[in-house]
Design a protein around this ligand. Structure first.
Ligand code: NDP
Length: 444
């Protein structure tokens, strides 16, 4: 059995209760196979793959907090510091009831390669909690965030590990966590990114993941002879990534006709009204059912269904495994040209294979949504310099990074004879740099 297959089998046996982690590691290991096979004996002797798939450390802790009636609750907090070969650990904090160790490990593992692809010196990590911010008051969120940081602060620092936002963790939560960190540590340092502009945040960080997704998509289409202007686009989600993906798609002349939340989805044939969407989600924190009040000609549907609409480009921007095989079949039947992943691992393995084998251009998450973490790294640079860059400067660096990520993954796919398999290209390009760093820094 090859070294790659042995490692996948070991993971399946050892972590059988962690399906998302197995899915993510298997996908990466399968695609870096040609790189490993070139020096199989050496890498096996040095346990390179075992070292790659086992996090440096996993921190799991209790987070007590007090609700509006004075009752105490307890959630579980996580920080998985996966690999810091190329820089301090970096990765978001997810607050969602579905969070468990499998999800945090899958996200942390993916983050290693994504961060490497940005070309910036950042390692891979992820964290969060099964706390559900939905329906909570500001004071409840504050109580949770302060108590979360009361434990997390021991393990993070501007040159050690710099967490950021993710699902359920936006500027409000980062603010409360930063406030708690400062009170404990008595130091104003760039320990978190996604901070408010008044206390060390970066312009364009809010927009970065969605904008970056579109910069990369535009470059991928351009290199395949397609102009994004005039194309019809499907977006899922209506959170941070989705909203700014819609904004940039519209700026580039495309028409976005859908968005969704965890209850249902909207179809607006005239194009999503972004101002209405921002008011519903960013200002009022309401459900998408409200959208029809702003746009009476739009349709609201309960449940899933975004991918059943005919379009040229699909941008899944909600959550993992939201684009399944039946969705991929519907997209292909409707003549989809490209899928670019704004969310992390939104497309199931089966759906990825189906889309690729039907000639759909597929930009994987670790490349396509790397704009968020790349801009977080730019926030770290500004904090170190104690300077603030203009929106234009950050946005222009973001665009350059996304264009270069596309070419890195495209070149890697070509180098290993994989044509337009950008999934493999991104994994290989991200892996090669981490591999060099791990080898050069010794085994133990
Ligand atoms: P938000 O919390 O801002 O938004 C998430 C959106 O997805 C909401 O519309 C939410 O609906 C929906 N959603 C969440 N879970 C589900 C579910 N199980 N089924 C259907 N819809 C769901 O998160 P972000 O926009 O920040 O993140 C979205 C994705 O992008 C995640 O995969 C995240 O890891 C990834 N990402 C985010 C980055 C960032 O900078 N923010 C950077 C890189 C990746 P509802 O409001 O009803 O819960």
């Amino acid at each position: 059995m090859s070294y790659v297959d042995e490692t996948i089998q070991m993971l399946k046996e050892k972590y059988s209760a962690q399906p998302e982690f197995i899915q993510a590691t298997t996908e990466v290991l399968e695609s870096i196979r040609p790189v490993i096979e070139a020096k199989e004996d050496e890498y096996k002797r040095d346990a390179l793959l075992e070292r790659l798939v086992e996090p440096d450390r996993q921190i799991i802790f209790r987070v007590p907090w007090i609700d509006r009636n004075g009752n105490a609750h307890v959630n579980t907090g996580y920080r998985v510091q996966f690999n810091n070969s190329i820089g301090p650990y970096k990765g978001g904090l997810r607050l969602h009831p579905s969070v468990n160790i499998s999800i945090i490990k899958f996200l942390g593992f993916e983050q290693i390669f994504k961060n490497s692809l940005t070309g910036l010196p950042i390692g891979g990590a992820k964290g969060g909690s099964d706390f559900d911010p939905k329906g909570k008051t500001d004071r409840e969120i504050m109580s949770f965030c302060k108590n979360f940081m009361l434990e997390l602060y021991k393990y993070i620092g501007a040159d050690t590990d710099v967490p950021a936002g993710d699902i359920g963790t936006g500027a409000r939560e980062i603010g409360y966590m930063f406030g708690a960190y400062k009170r404990i540590r008595r130091t104003h340092e760039g320990v978190l990114t996604g901070k408010g502009l008044a206390y060390g945040g970066s312009l364009a960080r809010t927009e970065a993941t969605g904008y970056g997704l579109l910069y990369l998509t535009q470059e991928m289409l351009k290199c395949n002879g397609i102009d994004i202007s005039g194309k019809t686009v499907l977006v899922s989600g209506s959170g941070n990534v989705a909203i700014y993906a819609i904004e940039k798609a519209q700026q580039l002349g495309a028409k976005v006709v859908t968005c969704s939340d965890s209850n249902g989805w909207v179809y607006d044939p005239d194009g999503i009204d972004l101002a209405a969407l921002k008011e519903i989600k960013e200002v009022n924190r309401q459900r998408l059912t409200e959208y029809k009040k702003y746009r009476p000609d739009s349709e609201y549907h309960e449940g899933r269904g975004v991918w059943s609409v005919k379009a040229d480009i699909a941008l899944p921007c909600a959550t993992q495994n939201e684009l399944r095989i039946e969705d991929a079949k519907a997209l292909v039947a409707n003549g989809i040209t490209a899928v670019a992943e704004g969310a992390n691992m939104p497309t199931t393995a089966e759906a990825v294979k189906y889309l690729q084998s039907n000639g759909v251009l597929l930009a994987p998450a670790k490349a396509a949504n790397a704009g968020g973490v790349a801009t977080s790294a730019l926030e770290m640079s500004q904090n170190s310099e104690r300077l603030n860059w203009t929106f234009e400067k950050v946005d222009s660096k973001l665009k350059d990074i996304m264009v270069s990520i596309f070419h890195n993954m495209s070149d890697a796919a070509e180098k290993y004879g994989m044509g337009k398999n950008y999934v493999a290209g991104a994994n290989i390009a991200g892996f090669e740099k981490v591999l060099d760093a791990m080898v050069e820094q010794g085994i133990c």
